[in-house]
Design a protein around this ligand. Structure first.
Ligand code: GAP
Length: 467
C-alpha cells in the first residue's frame, strides 16, 4: 500500500481522464479545472448518492434547483455584500498574496505539531488589528520568501460581480452566488405552500457557487468555481439542537458510506469564540488530505438568522404557524453543506493504492466504492474472433451500466488499465462463451474470477455493485 502525493494525483487524473487543467491549449487558467470522461461520471455518482441519501430517503426533505444570479438584495440580507470578505495581506518583499487568518492557523498547527501545548486564540475570531499584531508578535513569516514584512490587512469581497443588460452601471449590478443556500431561503415559503409541507422540512440543492478566493489551490480543494450540495433543514426552535446532532452524525456516516476511511475523518467543533454570533453550534468534518487535515463538510446550526434577515429585507413574513398547536415561530435552520469537488478529491485520495502482485510487479488500483466507480465493468474479448458475441454483451449491459469495451493489448494489460481507473469488474469473453453462454468476471480488489451466465449478468452486477 502507498500514499498518494498531490503530484501523483494530478498526473493520474490528467492521464486517465478524470480532471484536466482548464483551457489548457491557451496556457490554462490558474486554479480552474475541467472534469474529463471519468471525472464527470464520478462526480455524477457522488451527486446521485447525496441526493438519494439526503433527499430521496428522508421523508421530510425535498429538492430544489434555484438560479445562480439572484436579486442583489438577497446578498444585502444575507450579509454577503457587507461582510463576505477575506483579510488580505501582501508580502512587501516577494509580492505574494496571503490570507492573514490562514497564515495564523497554519502557524498554530505547526506549533502544536512541534509539541506546544499553549492555548492560542482562534484566527477567525480575531479582528484585523489583532491578526496583524499576532503576526508581528510571533514573527510569522511569508511561506514564499520567509520574510515577515506584510502590508496592513485589506478587506476583499469574494463575490464575483457582473451586470445585467446593456449598460454596466450600478443599477444592473448582480453577483454570481457565493453559496447555493440563498435560493433555498428565498423559496422557503413557496416550497412550504406548494408541497403542503409541515415542519420539520428540509430543502436541498446541488449547484455551482463562485468565490473570488485569494488563495485558491491544492488542485480542486479550493477553487473559484465549485459545486455545493447543501441542505437547509427548517424546524421548531425547541428541536434545533437535536436535528443538529442528528445531521452531524448522518453526514459522518455518509462520508464513510462513500468509502472514506475512518482514520482519515474527524469532527472539529468550532469553539465559542470562533462561532458567528447567530450560530448555536458548528462542526466541520475534516479529511486528512495529502496536504494535511482540512475542512470537507460544514454542519451549522444557524438558528433563525437567515429567515429573520430575509423577512426584514424583503418584507415577507417568514413566521410559521404549527397547524396542530397553533404555535408561531420563525423556523430554526440546520445546514449541512459540502463541496462536491472537495468530496471528489477526498474519494480520489482514499481510493488510490499501489499493490505488490508478485515477482516485483505492482499495480495501481483506484479502489472506489463500487457504486461510485465511473465505469462499472469492462467487456474484454480474448480474441478478435469473439467480437460479435462481445459486442452483443456490451450492447445489452450498456442499457443499464456505464461499460467500457477494450480489445487492445494482453488481457493482463487490460486488467491493469481497468484497475487504474477503478472499474470493479472485468468481463472476459473466451472461446467457451459461445458454448456455455457464460463469461468470466474478475473482481478488481480480490482479482478472483467467477463464471456467470450471460443472461444473469445484469442481475449479478446489481447484486454486487449496490448495497
Ligand atoms: N452555505 C454555507 C457555506 O457555503 P462554507 O463553509 O463556506 O459554508 C461549505 O462552504 C462547503 O463548500 C465547504 O465545507 C467546502 O466543502 C465547500 N467549499 C467552500 N468554498 C470552496 C471553494 N472555494 N472551493 C471548493 N469547495 C469549497
Amino acid at each position: 500500500m502507498s500514499k498518494i502525493t498531490m503530484q501523483d494525483l494530478v498526473s493520474l487524473c490528467k492521464n486517465r481522464g478524470f480532471i484536466y487543467a482548464d483551457s489548457e491549449i491557451y496556457g490554462g487558467l490558474s486554479n480552474s479545472w475541467d472534469y474529463g470522461p471519468l471525472g464527470v461520471e464520478l462526480k455524477n455518482n457522488i451527486k446521485k448518492a447525496w441526493w438519494r441519501r439526503f433527499i430521496q430517503q428522508e421523508p421530510n426533505n425535498v429538492g430544489l434547483d434555484s438560479a445562480i444570479i439572484m436579486n442583489p438584495r438577497v446578498w444585502e440580507a444575507s450579509g454577503h455584500l457587507s461582510g463576505f470578505s477575506d483579510p488580505l495581506m501582501d508580502c512587501r518583499n516577494c509580492k505574494s498574496r496571503h490570507r492573514a487568518d490562514k497564515l495564523i492557523e497554519e502557524w498554530i498547527v505547526k506549533q502544536q505539531d512541534n509539541g506546544s501545548t499553549e492555548e492560542y486564540p482562534s484566527a477567525e475570531a480575531m479582528s484585523d488589528e489583532e491578526s496583524q499584531a499576532f503576526i508581528r508578535e510571533h514573527n510569522i513569516t511569508c511561506p514564499n520568501c520567509g520574510k515577515c514584512d506584510f502590508t496592513p490587512i485589506r478587506k476583499f469581497n469574494l463575490m464575483f460581480k457582473t451586470f445585467i443588460g446593456v449598460t454596466e452601471d450600478a443599477k444592473g449590478t448582480v453577483y454570481l452566488r457565493p453559496e447555493t443556500c440563498a435560493g433555498i431561503f428565498t423559496n422557503f415559503k413557496n416550497v412550504l405552500r406548494s408541497t403542503r409541507g409541515k415542519l420539520p422540512l428540509g430543502i436541498g440543492q446541488i449547484g455551482k457557487a463562485f468565490r473570488n478566493e485569494i488563495t485558491p489551490g491544492n488542485f480542486i480543494f479550493r477553487t473559484r468555481e465549485f459545486e455545493q450540495m447543501e441542505l437547509e433543514f427548517f424546524c421548531n426552535p425547541s428541536e434545533g439542537m437535536d436535528w443538529f446532532k442528528k445531521y452531524r452524525t448522518a453526514c459522518m456516516e455518509f462520508a464513510k458510506y462513500l468509502g472514506l476511511s475512518d482514520k482519515n475523518l474527524r469532527f472539529r467543533d468550532h469553539s465559542p469564540e470562533e462561532l458567528v454570533f447567530y450560530s448555536a453550534g458548528t462542526t466541520d468534518i475534516e479529511y486528512k488530505y495529502p496536504f494535511g487535515w482540512s475542512e470537507l463538510w460544514g454542519i451549522a446550526y444557524r438558528t433563525d438568522y437567515d429567515l429573520s434577515r430575509h423577512s426584514e429585507f424583503s418584507g415577507e413574513d417568514m413566521t410559521y404557524t404549527d397547524p396542530f398547536t397553533q404555535e408561531q415561530y420563525i423556523p430554526h435552520v440546520v445546514e449541512p453543506s459540502v463541496g462536491v469537488d472537495r468530496m471528489l478529491l477526498a474519494i480520489l485520495c482514499d481510493a488510490y493504492r499501489v499493490e505488490k502482485i508478485g515477482d516485483g510487479d505492482e499495480r495501481v488500483v483506484m479502489g472506489f466504492k463500487k457504486s461510485l466507480a465511473p465505469i462499472k465493468c469492462a467487456v474484454l474479448p480474448l480474441s478478435k474472433k469473439l467480437e460479435d458475441i462481445a459486442s452483443n454483451v456490451y450492447g445489452e449491459l450498456s442499457k443499464n451500466w456505464r461499460v467500457e469495451y477494450d480489445t487492445t493489448g494482453s488481457i493482463g494489460k487490460r486488467y491493469r488499465r481497468q484497475d487504474e481507473i477503478g472499474t470493479p469488474y472485468c468481463i472476459t469473453i473466451d472461446f467457451d462463451t459461445e458454448n456455455d453462454k457464460s463469461v468470466t468476471i474478475r473482481d478488481r480488489d480480490t482479482m478472483q474470477q467467477v463464471r456467470v451466465k450471460i443472461d444473469d449478468l445484469d442481475a449479478w452486477l446489481h447484486e454486487h455493485i449496490y448495497d
